[in-house]
Design a protein around this ligand. Structure first.
Ligand SMILES: [Zn+2]
Length: 192
């Protein structure tokens, strides 16, 4: 599986032969679609998506091209998870946040367990680097946060919006969170 940008731009790039194979760098070619999947967004919105599939003539492998907006952790969008983490960084308890977002308690508790200190520090470094590359102004006078997680999420939000406005406006709002965190807004269970 490959994480790619907005769906329209990806389709155009794939047809034009502009997406290289992650394994051998040969050109990928369109190869139908993968199965349909449904993810939960904010306010119980359901998002049904069918990622494109591509075939590599070089190594013969097939790749599913998953747009960043649909990169998910346990069936929830990264946007929903970002909001829950921001509420936590602002001092919210998981019960309140779960109730407010209409998510089961164990789900929210699991998200929070997957941002231990080491991962928060990793996020901070990723986000700072990306923000610096795309829009250093964001780092000039950041809002003061009592925690590193809050600071990181705040910069992440600024960098995401700036990237989507300036670089890839085909992306749905907030979807480049996946790009900026390399798909790991939450740490993978193995790394914690
Ligand atoms: Zn290949």
């Amino acid at each position: 599986m490959m994480i790619v940008g907005g769906p329209d731009r990806t389709a155009a790039a794939l047809l034009a032969g502009e997406i290289p194979c992650p394994d051998c760098s040969a050109q990928l070619r369109p190869h139908g679609y993968t199965r349909t999947r449904t993810v939960r967004g904010l306010d119980h919105a359901r998002l049904t998506v069918q990622p494109r599939r591509a075939h590599c003539a070089g190594c013969g492998r097939t790749q599913a091209l998953l747009p960043v907006a649909w990169a998910v952790h346990r069936a929830d969008t990264l946007e929903a998870i970002r909001i829950a983490l921001a509420a936590k960084a602002a001092g919210g308890g998981y019960r309140t946040i779960a109730a407010h977002m209409g998510r089961p308690l164990p789900t929210v508790r699991r998200w929070f367990r997957r941002v231990p200190e080491a991962h928060t520090y990793w996020l901070y470094k990723q986000v700072k680097q990306r923000a610096f590359r795309h829009d250093p102004d964001i780092l000039v006078r950041p809002k003061q946060w009592p925690s590193l997680l809050g600071w990181s999420l705040n910069i992440l939000a600024g960098a995401t919006l700036s990237y989507e406005q300036r670089v890839d406006d085909d992306l749905p709002p907030w979807s480049s969170i996946g790009l900026f965190t390399r798909g790991e807004l939450l740490s993978s269970p193995l790394r914690t």
